[in-house]
Design a protein around this ligand. Sequence first.
Ligand SMILES: O=C(O)C[C@H](O)C(=O)O
Length: 465
Amino acid sequence: MQVRVEKDTMGPIEVPADKYWGAQTQRSKENFTIGGQQMPKEVIEAFAILKKSAAQANAQLGVLAQDKADIISQVCDEILEGKLADEFPLVVWQTGSGTQSNMNVNEVVANRAHVLLGGNLLDEKKKIHPNDDVNKSQSSNDTFPTAMHIAAYKKVVEHTLPLVQKLRDTLNSKAEQFMDVVKIGRTHLMDATPLTLGQELSGYVAQLDYGMKALRNTLPHLSTLALGGSAVGTGLNTPAGYDVLVAEKISKYAGHEFITAPNKFEALAAHDAIVETSGALKQLAVALMKIANDIRLLASGPRSGIAEILIPENEPGSSIMPGKVNPTQAEAMTMVCAQVIGNDVAISVGGMNGHFELNVFKPVMIYNLLMSAQLIGDACDSFDKHCAVGIEPNTERIKHNLENSLMLVTALNPHIGYDNAAKIAKKAHKEGTTLRQAAIDLGLLTNEQFDEWVRPEDMIGSLKK
Ligand SMILES: O=C(O)C[C@H](O)C(=O)O
């Protein structure tokens, strides 16, 4: 491998000749060979947005030359266009402030800008300095949390919410379509009184509505930015008005409304906004786990299970059992939910561990949050396309289970009382007969009364939702 020598305050170090990164990136690469999970590209893109914004704000406030701000902005645009994708090799498991990823961006922007300005990577002195120019008016302690918020906000708004909404809309149209399909209800996994398939599905729709509401409620906190707090939240080495101005620029370049954090000490030392967003994603995971489990249980069979709904048969399920088809989308969805709930634990541990002026669990928190937001969106999309859109009632089976159910006896409570109704249910169950037969044998009702009072379609209440 061809190398060149780069220097930082610790001295010289060899870096790959064809890369723009500098000494601090190289040191991190060598000192943290842990896990292999790279800093998410969403964080790097958020850094590009904030470095461009900071450069332009600095120029406007007279602390950075406009031509320097413009060349920094040009490189940031290249990062956003994906042209420098292999320049960010650092892993998540590094310094807890994310300093090395901040410096990775600073070094790449400075060196690339130097080359764009006609310089050579071998030059001793570069035209743009990673700390003095690219990192001007900044610290890792305010840039990294700013990048966390930009990346998380964009992921939730642009990816997670639209895809959860899509699944919610499909389930809602199925709920409306099947609002009159009367089926047996189950409580404690045991037969209960009837409801319609539409009523049952409408509960899932409401769960997703509440989950999305919880997620949307986290956006105002995520939209507050630490930038301008610099090292400990006091704003040392930043020009007056910079924090407000830089948030305006970030809003413009990110395409979403961001504001400067009203309290920079909170914004550096704690990441409750990330904890909050993860909490809402966990709520969605909990809801989706229940929904996917219900759907796979209702579809179980085809001969020996509940089999009241039919779901798409997408692929052979078994390598040994010919013709077997499995509820694979529900399995993927529930695994995703397990991962998201686990991620929430890691995020909670990170969030509770800020010490004094700085939380130093930043990379692990944003890594897990972005994974959760990505997975929930992807899993909803997959479950929607490959399962929910194809849900159909198995009317034969639904009718059979409904007519066989002993809990239709509940309709008799107002007419013959709970104790007599229980006698009918127990006799029918013990003797393997129908409720009608048991009721007549006990002399508690006539055939006609049974027809008049035990009507599943009259037992579904008036609640459509
Ligand atoms: O990297 C910085 O800007 C600050 C660093 O995280 C520190 O507080 O030591």
